[in-house]
Design a protein around this ligand. Sequence first.
Ligand code: SF4
Ligand code: SF4
Length: 480
Amino acid sequence: MPVPETKERVLSTLNADGSRRKLRPRLARGAFHWKRLPLGWGLIALFVACPLLQVGGKPAILLDLGRRQFSFFGRTMLATDTVVLMLLLVTLVVAVFLATALFGRVWCGWACPQTVYMELVYRPLERLLEGTRAAKRGSVLPAITKHALFLALSFALAHVFLAYFVPWSELSGWLTRSPLEHPGAFLTMLATAALVHFDFALFREQTCLLACPYGRLQAVLLDRQSWIIGYDARRGEPRGKRRAGGSALGAPRTRAEASLEDPRGDRAEERGHCIDCGLCARVCPTGIDIRDGLQMECVGCTQCIDACDSVMRKVGHPPRLIRYTSQDELAGKPRRLLRPRVVVYPLILIAAVTGFGIALGRSARSAEVTVLRGIGSPYALLAGGAEVSNQLRVKIVNRTSARRRYRIAIAEAGVRLVAPENPVSIRGERSATATAFVIAPRARFVQGRLAVTLRVSDGEGFEQVIPYGLLGPAGTRRAP
Ligand code: SF4
Ligand code: SF4
């Protein structure tokens, strides 16, 4: 079916006829590029190291889906620790919200694995093999060589990615044994590698523009004071190319400089600093022209700043015609650090970090015990109504890697604890729920309640004391 053509831009990577506009951005080596380079390689090293590095005998970060465990720098959270995981998630989300409100898309441009791998690994390799459209290299290797290298890289990255979900000891087995021994795992690996290859070799910036939910949320996460990468139209406009002689460029010496001349011959003093060279658009990895204003497609990679700075140096104007700024600053309004979201987000962040720290501290104990009431009737009368029995469910999480035996005891004299299984034997990094009955003389209950203390210990240093309120009849015992 023919696609209706439109003069309006729908997406920076879409041609008017609906076909994909393939981007081959040039590289601008400027101050920001030289800062992003070491940071990016440091992050790549960190991405690779996190699942491989051992802390306390466990990978530094491992979301072990098979065992339903999450290891985080020496701490292991089990499936029962949903609160810790939830608080960690809340902390990360609020931190990203705060960082975005203050510094715009600094995550996208500087630290997101999509940008880091794309701009530091895949794109440089492509430029090396095929050159750029603007500057073709003599020895261009066929596209098949590029894709073979990309495939090898994608397989390596797929292993690193999977190492966050499958322990390396297991993953290395997948690598060394025949695929026939583990067809399911082999297919998982193939699918992950294919996905990585599709993303970095073919889909590329479309991931940021179409698939990433964070990118789509920018409109609500940014305010007019947030950092953005912006073009200073008040300084740059009216844009126009320079005329030979009488301009900061002087007479053109190279073809590139000649291209900066204005064929219309406008008066240089009436024009702004933008010489309309288009370099800022040619280096943009998402194919936009930042001079059109703030756009959802801008991932804050800073390439246009570096490109424009190099042009400004050549034409003798001060740098940072394109720079980190804010929408208000571009409109001539003063910077304001204090805004509602910059106050509210840190408060939520402090609460989430505190909660996460406390929950993480609790998960450092070798076991955790929770006492719940039994299902059904809250109590039962025994011995002709002289005694009251409460059914309890004692949930014990064994956080150690070894099997442990937990004894449940009651501290109060005259109160008995009866449990079908006591001590309770639990495998390492597993949990179990034991049923126990606490039987107390009815005469000890005051207004239907009696406070007792349960002790659960493993004989190897762990002991948890749990205060518990027994329930009983509110009235006194009637004479038979
Ligand atoms: S507009 Fe500039 S900062 Fe934004 S993505 Fe393009 S080159 Fe990067
Ligand atoms: S690189 Fe700078 S001078 Fe060139 S078009 Fe972009 S804003 Fe204008």
